[in-house]
Write a new protein. Structure first.
Length: 149
C-alpha cells in the first residue's frame, strides 16, 4: 500500500478491503468476542474520524482505508498510535518539503510561491506506513503503552 501511494498516488481497494476482512477473521480465532469487537471498533472509529477529514479534502480516502486495515489487524490502541506517529512523520516530511521547495530557486531563479506549495501533493500513506512500522517496533520492544511484554 505504501509503494502504490508513493508510485501512483493510490491505495487500492483490492488490498484494503480484504485486509480488513482478514483482520476481523483472525480476531475471531484470537479471542472471540474481545478481539473481534476491539478491531471492529477500530474500523468504525477510524471511519468516523476520517470521513469528515476526507470530505474536507484534507486527506484522501485511501489513507483512511489504510488506517482502517491497520485497525482491523491490530485493534484500537495500535491504530491510535500508528495514526499519531504517522501524523508526526507526515508533519516532518511536509515541513522539510516546504523548506526545500521554498528556499531552493526554480530554473528561472525565482522561488516557489506559498500558494503553489499549498497545492502540492505529499504521499501521506507513506508517512502512515512509517508510523505503523514505528508502532509495531515499539510494541515488539515492549515500549508501547498498554503492550504486554
Amino acid at each position: 500500500m505504501v509503494f502504490t501511494d508513493m508510485r501512483w498516488r493510490r491505495i487500492p481497494n483490492f488490498v484494503t478491503y480484504p485486509t480488513m476482512l482478514l483482520g476481523l477473521a483472525f480476531a475471531v480465532f484470537e479471542s472471540f468476542p474481545n478481539a473481534f469487537v476491539d478491531r471492529l471498533v477500530a474500523i468504525v472509529a477510524v471511519f468516523a474520524i476520517g470521513y469528515p477529514i476526507v470530505a474536507g479534502r484534507m486527506l484522501k480516502s485511501g489513507d483512511v482505508k489504510f488506517l482502517m486495515a491497520v485497525g482491523a489487524l491490530r485493534g484500537t490502541g495500535f491504530v491510535l498510535f500508528s495514526a499519531l506517529y504517522g501524523s508526526l512523520v507526515g508533519g516532518l516530511v511536509a515541513l522539510l518539503y516546504v523548506a526545500v521547495r521554498r528556499l531552493a530557486p526554480t530554473a528561472n531563479g525565482e522561488h516557489v510561491s506559498v500558494a503553489e506549495l499549498m497545492r502540492s501533493w505529499i504521499p501521506y500513506g507513506v508517512a502512515l506506513g512509517i508510523g505503523t512500522l514505528v508502532t509495531l517496533w515499539l510494541e515488539l520492544a515492549g515500549r508501547l503503552p498498554g503492550a504486554t511484554s
